[in-house]
Design a protein around this ligand. Structure first.
Ligand code: 13P
Ligand code: SF4
Length: 310
């Protein structure tokens, strides 16, 4: 059934000059039919140079919005429009606008996991892959507001030694890891390296041997001489991680839920299915539509980010 659907999607992509961009957190079958699988930065870069008429974004809403902002003349489709993000939802544009108006001399740095409206209110956008480099490029006498992820913000403050005013948002998926179960795993697997995404809580990050973006974690596992890894990020990454490092043992950090031994899953990401992707490409809907003035304002901080990331 899945193979049949995948064939039909491949044919539709050809017929309609469409590409599929998929985040590493998508289900394996979606990753396998994608033209590009990547983290937020790689997907934004791919979207900015896409040569096609239609982009199907297998990811969450803010990612598809980003693709649309960078390609206003193209049709951008998202298989399920309800695929939101707890970080984007934690930062309503009206509240954010009032918040930043209290600090008019501050430089506003927003994590890409936010709405187009919040991007339009920002000076520059970052992803987990380039945040450190971009923060370090801001003159040291310029005070900074960082939104919406306070865990990533705190991590960046520690790494750069810079004070920043943080918006109080979290990723519920990366906050769900059980510290108790992680501690047990570390004791059971003394040889294993703990790797974690910087959206995780500070307690989990304290136990990590390596902290990095989705792409950085994949590279670390592939290139490391170690054989066992305790993985602190969304479960979808395990598909590509295992594919690129077949001989290595990957142990997901369980969530705090009772009797759970499962890795944390992003319910928003998992709203997309192969079936929805097929019908979305077939009917060319649901489509991302945005006001052109909003797109113009949101594109400026995104382009600044892309220039600093090349
Ligand atoms: P990256 O893809 O930038 O690592 O971000 C992780 C994430 O949570 C995306 O929603
Ligand atoms: Fe948002 Fe977290 Fe899901 Fe990423 S994993 S899309 S940050 S809720």
């Amino acid at each position: 059934m899945k193979r049949h659907l995948a064939e039909k999607i491949r044919q539709l992509k050809k017929d309609k000059n469409a590409i599929v961009l998929a985040h590493y957190y998508q289900e394996a079958a979606i990753q396998d039919i994608a033209d590009c699988v990547g983290d937020s930065l790689a997907l934004a870069q791919q979207a900015s140079k896409a040569d096609c008429d239609i982009i199907v974004f297998a990811g969450v809403h803010f990612m598809a919005e980003t693709a649309k902002i960078l390609n206003p003349e193209k049709k951008v489709l998202l298989p399920d429009l309800n695929a939101s993000c707890s970080l984007a939802e934690s930062c309503p544009p009206g509240d954010f606008e009032s918040f930043i108006s209290q600090y008019p001399d501050h430089y506003v740095v927003s994590y890409i996991n936010c709405s187009a409206h919040v991007k339009a209110l920002s000076d520059i956008i970052v992803t987990s892959s380039n945040a450190l480099k971009i923060i370090q490029s801001i003159p040291t006498d310029k005070p900074i507001i960082f939104a919406p992820d306070k865990n990533l913000g705190r991590y960046l403050m520690e790494k750069t030694g810079r004070q920043m005013i943080l918006w109080d948002g979290v990723c519920t998926v990366h906050e769900a890891f059980s510290l108790e179960k992680l501690t047990e795993l570390v004791l059971e697997h003394p040889e294993a390296k703990v790797i974690a995404h910087p959206e995780s809580s500070k307690e989990v990050l304290r136990l990590a041997d390596f902290i990095g973006s989705t792409q950085a974690m994949l590279d670390y596992v592939k290139n490391s001489s170690h054989l066992e890894f305790i993985v602190g990020t969304e479960a979808g990454i395990l598909h590509m991680m295992q594919k690129s490092a077949p001989g290595k043992s990957l142990i997901p950090i369980p969530t705090a839920e009772e009797n759970s031994c499962a890795c944390s899953e992003c319910a928003y990401m998992k709203l997309n299915t192969l079936q929805k992707l097929y019908t979305c490409l077939l009917h060319e809907a649901p489509e991302i539509t945005l006001d052109s003035d909003l797109m113009d304002r949101a594109r400026k901080p995104l382009q600044k980010m892309l220039e600093l990331s090349s």
